[in-house]
Design a protein around this ligand. Sequence first.
Ligand SMILES: [Zn+2]
Length: 448
Amino acid sequence: MSVLITNIGELVTNQPERDADLDPGGAGLVAGRGAADAAREVAGRPAARDAGPAGPARPAGSAGLAGSAGPAAPAGSAGPGPFAAMAGAALVIDEGRVAWTGPASRAPAADQMVDADGRTVLPGFVDSHAHLVFAGERGAEFAARMAGQPYRAGGIRSTVAATRNATDDQLRANLRRLAAEMLAQGITTFECKSGYGLTVTDEARSVSIAAEFTPEVTYLGAHVVPPEFEPNPGGYVDLVCGEMLDACAPHAQWVDVFCEQGAFGRDEAAAVLAAGQAAGLRPRVHANQLTAGPGVQLAVEVGAASADHCSNLTDADVDALACSDTVATLLPGVEFSTRHPYPDGRRLLDAGATVALATDCNPGSCFSSSMPLCIALAVREMHLTTQQAVWAATAGGARALRRADVGHLGTGARADLVMIDAPSHAYFAYRPGVPLIAGVWRAGERVA
Ligand SMILES: [Zn+2]
């Protein structure tokens, strides 16, 4: 059954720049220079930064915005390019996909109609970094941190103890609750990491349970060295690269490592990523969170889809990201929750890097599943424009997961939509903390 959503005040489409770069089946972004170039063009283009009058309308037929070629893009949109938006728009969903977008006045008939009444519609958020398989909570640790105690990587170990003691059903119930919380707030795709089990059995059940809820599962056995391996960290790396990997790889798509002082050094991290890649997993890295360590350079060297955190970057790190296909994923909720300085997202964008925003929802360093909060913080504290922040939370996240079918509303995209009770996307930052989400669709089904 087709659904027409009409009378959309602002429709954010994030039209892909070059359709040739995208896998039409939506199975994943084709790796290659073209896609990365398109992403960089987005991030750096002046039009996306100044929110001034729009550029010329996209030529007819160039990118599947059927029916939209005639009228100029609305004032305030970025015009052609990865952030794209139109006023007075409509969108048709058919068989779970975006079938048509264009001016409401030219909308085709559909089986069902939804009147957006001037509200904004944008792609569902793509959260490319979350740790949702765990038990327990660390509210007291947060309160202590706010009272002046520093955040250290070792705090993860208290969650490890609780997770090991939990039953599968307890872990599953917690993940179900958090996934529902995310969906209600517009996150229609999320990545989920293991990393609180840190035994063969507990990591294997973590990735297995995660796979019940999302196809984007990441094996993070190398989160921290568990207490029992403290005298022998090398032995733990061997386990992560051996028996634990063998048990987890069948349930995961990605391999990740916390490359940081107090967690894993460069050589250990490189060994973990190489072993994961040999087992068919694709790499991503927790990089440069607490110190300007080797994580970003390593991520770029191994062709990681994403280097996450990027909170402490040298000029060489910024250059490396800008000259690579590795997305710089910023996690502003972590800086908020640890009271650490925010990285300058504008510095990355100006250099030409591709930037994504993700929640890093986890019980320790950021227990928030709110992408609108991330957008507001990225605008206020990381110097992104509202357009750049919304792009980073949707299309940027999709790039960080190498997904072509989500993060935009081009024809053929999965019909993952968020409707907000506001006349423009800017309201995420303009009205921070206000519950603006008025509707959520996933694969064409209205779920909130
Ligand atoms: Zn993380």
